[in-house]
Design a protein around this ligand. Structure first.
Ligand code: NI
Length: 185
């Protein structure tokens, strides 16, 4: 079932989300609907507040680089170096992430922030503990797009948007557009 995506200006995007205490059928259905909604919107990640639920639940699917000769994106997954495609789509609750390494700028966008893309500086790598719906836990050490996406999605769980993390000059440039978005709801 497709869910409606909450837009910039909705207070649900600014709240700190609660941990998922118990994985029941409602949580499983929510996760599966979030994956469907993310695919329909051509996104690579979606956090529960973006569908109106202040819960610490995230779905991610990073597509493979289809360019010829492109190396698959790799990560250390439970101690083993593997292509990240092995764990896509990725669904997790109550994540703990530890970003590390040098920060770099990368252009981000967000399904809740229509028509705005901006450069955001974040650390290159992430160590993450990602509890799964079946009770198992994924321990990931990654870089690349997955590290970027994990930081962006986990920000959503704490009420932050990528537009909060742009340079102060970019904030001034974006202010008008964001105001308009907030008014549109
Ligand atoms: Ni987002």
């Amino acid at each position: 079932m497709l869910l409606s995506i909450t837009k910039y200006g909705n207070p649900v995007l600014r709240a700190v989300s609660a941990p998922v205490e118990h994985v029941d059928d409602a949580i499983k259905a929510l996760a599966s609907n979030m994956i469907e909604t993310m695919y329909a919107a051509n996104g690579i990640g979606l956090a529960a507040p973006q569908v109106g639920e202040n819960l610490r639940l995230v779905v991610i699917d990073i597509p493979e680089d289809e360019e010829e000769g492109a190396e698959p994106e790799m990560a250390t997954i439970n101690g083993e170096l593997r292509p990240i495609r092995d764990i896509m789509p990725l669904v997790f609750i109550n994540p703990v992430i530890e970003p590390y390494g040098k920060e770099y700028l990368f252009t981000e966008g967000c399904l809740s922030v229509h028509n705005i893309r901006a450069n955001v500086s974040r650390p290159e790598f992430v160590k993450a503990t990602l509890p799964q719906l079946d009770g198992s836990v994924l321990e990931i050490d990654c870089g690349g797009l997955l590290a970027r996406c994990l930081q962006h999605e986990c920000d959503h769980l704490n009420g932050f948007l990528f537009t909060d993390r742009v340079s102060s000059a970019a904030k001034i440039t974006l202010a008008k557009k964001l105001k308009k978005l907030a008014q549109q709801g």
